[in-house]
Design a protein around this ligand. Sequence first.
Ligand SMILES: Cc1cc2nc3c(=O)[nH]c(=O)nc-3n(C[C@H](O)[C@H](O)[C@H](O)COP(=O)(O)O)c2cc1C
Length: 440
Amino acid sequence: MNANSFGKYFGFTAFGESHGFAMGLVIEDIKPGIDFPFDKINDLLQKRRPGKGEFSTTREEKDKPIIVSGVFNGKTTGMPICILIKNENAKPADYEKIKNLFRPGHADYSFFKKFKIYDYRGGGRASGRETISRVVANGMIYEMTKDIEINLVTKTIGEFRAMETSTDFAKTNDLKWGEKDSFVSLQKYLQKLKEIGNSVGGILEIKISNIPFGLGDPVFEKLDANIGKALLSIGSVKGIEFGKGFQFATLTGKEANDEISSTGFLSNNAGGILGGISTGENIILRIVIKPTPSINLTQNTINHCNEDAKIEIGGRHDICIIPRIIPVVDSMLRLVLADAIAHQNLINSKELSLSDLRESIDKIDEDIILSLFRRRKVVEKIRELKEKNSIKNYDSYRENQMIKDRKSFAKEFNISTELIEEMWEVILKYFKKNEFFLKD
Ligand SMILES: Cc1cc2nc3c(=O)[nH]c(=O)nc-3n(C[C@H](O)[C@H](O)[C@H](O)COP(=O)(O)O)c2cc1C
């Protein structure tokens, strides 16, 4: 199972542990000749970078992408692209004293039970740092989704609930808190949690606008199902709801349904997706993020020998992960949307560009040449076998029969039998003359 790979039309494989040499990703099947989006990737990486906000971790990383392969003179070559982001500020010593203890709320216990081995330094592959590869992947496809707007506003943090939210105010702070009046009290609340070594989670509301209708494919590639999987694959995201979400439980059908008029929907309780397909209305969803598991308080746990123990986690932690999650949520949403758009373009063949069609022809012609090469190899084997068994090399009856068979096969596809006859006569002529391969 490719559990570290994501995406169908634009797929990538991510790798790396928090305290290993580097994080990274490999992207295959990328078209040649595309301008490599260095600036976009750098920009997104800087937005994801920890160590900026007051309530964020102090781990300082430069997070500069290193292009290992697949890019030449600033353009993609069509070969696999490998990108590395070095882990330069890792402090494995912070984890030495707790290496035999399972940190509550972290993935240590489940990784150890499943794999019998895990990189205890900063959570290894389960670390939030793994999300860097997702952000780089977003940089690669960003152009495809650049007209789609994604706005995120934090609705709750711990005991704080924003009643009135403004996206403009949310843009002024790292937490994306949308309510000006409660912002100072919220900061004081978080400061207090920091002092006592505790942490907190919250709910993010996401609005995706300028989204085309028709994205998503019933039944296993529904847009909401794919968004759900993508966002729930981010560590510490624990729930998701679309439109009215869990409130649907208390509504009647008449209240819940979005009635339709000749000018469009009269409401958007569904959150912009019906039957797994985007309706063209804004997609509205909310996700819940759990409190940061690493806290500076003594907790009960066990060691690797199943003995009771106490744990005190040193090191650097976020009081609230929300600012760190936001760029990752944006990336995962764009990756899902890019895949859905690519699929829609493919099934809607009139949207295929001339260059897409030429690329298909090139591929088919390459296949024909490769088949001729493979044919030649088989012919050589036949010759060897015939020589070994003193069987006559040239068999005109078999050749005539073969051309007859090819012609009747071609007829099934409405292909000219004259063309096939001529083609095979030429092929056989070159095979017989031994002039099939270029002379050295
Ligand atoms: C971008 C990002 C940053 C994170 N930073 C931290 C952190 O600084 N401290 C921490 O304890 N957990 C952090 N986490 C959360 C843990 O990685 C996550 O809760 C843990 O691996 C267990 O996974 P689960 O919560 O999905 O079960 C972060 C997660 C993400 C996505």
